[in-house]
Design a protein around this ligand. Structure first.
Ligand code: FES
Ligand code: FES
Length: 164
């Protein structure tokens, strides 16, 4: 089937098998390997991308289901002005170790701050509850998301989004 998907603002048209998963479309067809593939059973959350602005586990979405839609991956987070505030905060607050879970964590956090610029720690934990980190524990991740929210507020930008 021929599909056209907009990924990080770029339109891609490809012929794909109907059974191809979005995670494999992104990684193998487009070479966007920042989206990780872990459990393949919808449990770990490392494959999360934003589908029309909402977090979606790309191992549970067929590529054909993304036809005509917009996908944002971790490669599309940084903008012309540099890292997204969430990326910077994860770096500053040691919100990652091996980094395997990080792309999904970043995108889920970005989506949370876009809809709720001032989340409580409990709301942050709920937002990332579908994602497993095997390394850091979640304390620094929650701190990083809060730090991104605080910096965005200080900078006077409602959600701190950096768009390219
Ligand atoms: S690879 Fe998608 S949830 Fe684990
Ligand atoms: S930083 Fe290693 S799995 Fe989260």
């Amino acid at each position: 089937m021929q599909i056209t998907v907009t990924v990080n603002g770029v339109e891609y048209t490809r012929d794909v098998e109907p059974r191809l998963l979005l995670v494999h479309f992104l990684r193998d067809e487009l070479g966007l390997t920042g989206t990780h593939w872990g459990c393949d059973t919808s449990n770990c959350g490392v494959c999360v991308v934003l589908l029309d602005g909402l977090p979606a586990k790309s191992c549970t979405v067929l590529a054909v289901m993304a036809d005509g839609h917009e996908v944002r991956t971790v490669e599309g987070l940084a903008g012309a002005d540099g890292l997204d505030p969430v990326q910077q905060a994860f770096s500053d607050m040691h919100g990652l170790q091996c980094g395997f879970c990080t792309p999904g964590m970043l995108l889920t956090s970005r989506a949370l701050l876009d809809r709720n610029p001032d989340p409580s720690p409990a709301e942050i934990r709920e937002a990332i509850s579908g994602q497993v980190c095997r390394c850091t524990g979640y304390e620094n991740i929650v701190r990083a998301v809060r730090a991104a929210a605080d910096r965005a507020a200080e900078a006077g930008t409602a959600a701190g989004t950096v768009t390219s």
